[in-house]
Ligand binder design. Structure first.
Ligand code: GCB
Length: 595
């Protein structure tokens, strides 16, 4: 093979397989131009735009020329935002929408330029001025591409192919119980940096210490060796160090921290500086650990009063992405009496995590390793690894995040599950030893009024997180208060990560003690029974109803009661409180936080 053929193959390979970079930390604090707003689109349900090479935006040159696509005259969509909820005809689209935005840029040779996406669901291909920059897979984590040597002086055309088709080897896979909102669902920013910039940093308390920070700063650029400085003005902290040839500077200093907690969500302004860059963050400090069968926050055991939340604005029937959306959902969580939110089943937008922390809500963050994942298909482990890294890179400085959840309801019968998830757990711990790690499982047996919690995957979990729907998917096998437990790891803390049942707000169709009529009373009784049952759970460290608010899910097809909604919310999609809300609120108001 001649050299030129080899080069051609290499070029083709990089074009097809060019991957996004993991996004710089704390994009909010960067020098950026927001590209949110109106984007032109081409709706491409069959994916034919690939073959037509839509990104080239060909225009007729001769009288006989024509092209069967154009951004001009097409629908204009709001970014961020899912496409399904913006155009009625594509409500159920699981396929491609091409997005286009033009921007002007004045080049400055001393600067670098990046395009940063908060998230695109699910597969994103990015083109600048007709050139394919690369691809990103995963609908819920940020990514970036460097444009420094590609951006043109003056006008530039940015095209995004957003494809939310389900993939059997995707994360999640083919089946999931939430609405598959597609498109550019989070903020888009052009970020300008100096030639060497602060790409990432970790500033949290060292594991086991309540006053010593252990972390690092990572520079990206041609001048990796620099003086690094961390300032926390309120604490008179002025720490200096030097980064090495790889651009990494280790940080370790002490401070008299007023610890962050749900009752006292104290955070500090932290300034991170090197010789060529500086940015600010708002960071809190706390310790979290498992001690015997308890969860201990800042040295005190704590009961996790949690609630499951999907990233959906129920009032709009759309993907949640803004500060206002976060405020809506989290204000309800606070009103319910929660001190924690389980952000199910994928990393939610950054506003949600930051606002939860600010409001004094601990956060459980999860990657979409959900139910039927093809653990043995080549490439799947790499995707899990990448999504976990992207989640941790973005949120590791949020002290509010106390739990990384690495899987939900996977099945022991799936080939390679335990090996893949134990590897993932090891990598997660190596990246972040300070938080708790969990796997959520629902494989337990329930017979003779006894739960048999046997799944060996719990070995890799700091907390035994159990999803159980007794009273809904399976009937009680005795009095809730007489429930017995057989736990594979009897010394670990136990968390009921999901329970509940469905009710249509105001349903008055039939007998209230029959599940098939979706009455509020039926759901209310499930909650009363579950609360009785909680008294029997050994090492119980918290509970988490499924879930805060009714949400869209296409598998929920009952035409009278569900209408495309999973009705397990304590609130209806209009925010109306069901009877079970008050039962749960009463429980949370009474149960002590420090169990
Ligand atoms: C579960 C899943 C959750 C579902 C819920 C349900 O176990 O983890 O995603 O939506 O059950 O409503 O059945």
């Amino acid at each position: 093979m001649t050299r030129s053929i080899l080069t051609l193959i290499l070029i083709l390979f990089t074009i097809v397989f060019a991957k996004a970079q993991t996004a710089m930390t704390n994009v909010d604090a960067r020098n950026s131009t927001c590209l949110n707003g109106k984007w032109q689109t081409i709706i491409d349900p069959t994916g034919v735009g690939n073959w037509r090479e839509v990104w080239k935006e060909k225009v007729p040159e001769k009288k006989t020329d024509f092209y069967e696509y154009s951004f001009e005259g097409g629908p204009v969509l709001e970014v961020p935002g899912d496409f399904n909820s913006q155009i009625k005809e594509i409500t159920y689209l699981e396929g491609t929408v091409w997005y286009k935005k033009t921007f002007t840029y004045t080049r400055d040779s001393s600067k670098r330029l990046f395009i940063h996406f908060g998230a695109v669901n699910y597969l994103a291909d990015i083109y600048l001025n007709g050139e394919h920059l690369g691809q990103h897979e995963g609908g819920f984590t940020p990514f970036q591409f460097e444009l420094t040597h590609k951006v043109l002086e003056g006008e530039n055309r940015l095209i995004v192919k957003a494809d939310n088709s389900r993939k059997s080897d995707g994360l999640p896979g083919l089946g999931f119980d939430w609405f598959n909102y597609g498109g550019i669902t989070r903020d888009v920013n052009l970020v300008e940096t100096n030639a060497t910039y602060i790409d990432d940093y970790s500033i949290q308390l060292k594991k086991g210490s309540n006053n010593q920070v252990l972390g690092w700063v990572k520079l990206n650029g041609k001048k990796p060796q620099q003086q690094i400085e961390i300032n926390i003005p309120e604490l008179n902290v002025k720490y200096k160090t030097q980064s090495n040839a790889k651009g990494i500077g280790v940080i370790t200093f002490k401070g008299k921290f007023d610890h962050w907690s749900p009752e006292n969500p104290k955070r500090y302004e932290v300034i991170i500086k090197c010789e060529t860059d500086a940015l600010k963050d708002t960071i809190g400090f706390r310790t979290i650990k498992v001690q015997g069968p308890t969860v201990v926050l800042n040295g005190k055991s704590i009961f996790l009063k949690s609630i499951n939340i999907h990233e959906e604005n129920p009032l709009k029937g759309a993907r949640a992405f803004s500060k206002d959306d976060a405020k809506l959902l989290l204000t309800w969580a606070k009103e319910l009496g929660c001190n924690m939110v389980r952000l199910a089943h994928y990393p939610h937008n950054e506003y949600m995590v930051k606002m939860a922390e600010k409001m004094g809500l601990m956060v459980w963050s999860e990657i979409p390793v959900y139910q039927h994942i093809e653990f043995s298909t080549p490439g799947v482990e790499d995707k899990m690894d990448l999504m976990m890294r992207e989640m941790i890179k973005r949120d590791k400085n949020r002290c509010g995040v106390v739990i990384w959840s690495l899987s939900n309801e996977t099945y022991s019968s799936t080939a390679n599950r335990d090996l893949a998830l134990s590897n993932l757990t090891k990598k997660c711990r190596a990246l972040d030893s300070t938080r708790l790690i969990t796997h959520v499982i629902n494989t337990q047996g329930y017979a003779n009024n006894t739960f048999n919690v046997w799944d060996t995957l719990y070995r890799y979990s700091d907390i035994i997180s159990i999803n159980e729907y007794v009273g809904w998917y399976e009937p009680w096998q005795g009095k809730p208060v007489d429930t017995k437990w057989d736990l594979i790891y009897p010394d670990k803390p136990v968390f009921i990560s999901e329970f509940g049942g469905e009710a249509l707000y105001g349903s008055n169709y039939g007998p209230k003690d029959e599940a098939a009529y979706w009455s509020e009373e039926y759901q209310e009784q499930i909650y009363k029974d579950q609360i009785e049952m909680f008294k029997t759970v050994p090492n119980l460290v918290g509970v988490c109803p499924w879930l805060l608010v009714d949400y869209r899910s296409l598998g929920r097809m009952h035409p009278i009661y569900q209408k495309g909604y999973n009705r397990k919310g304590l609130l209806s999609e209009k925010g109306e409180k069901k009877k079970a809300w008050f039962v749960m609120k009463n429980y949370y108001d009474k149960v002590s936080s420090d169990e």
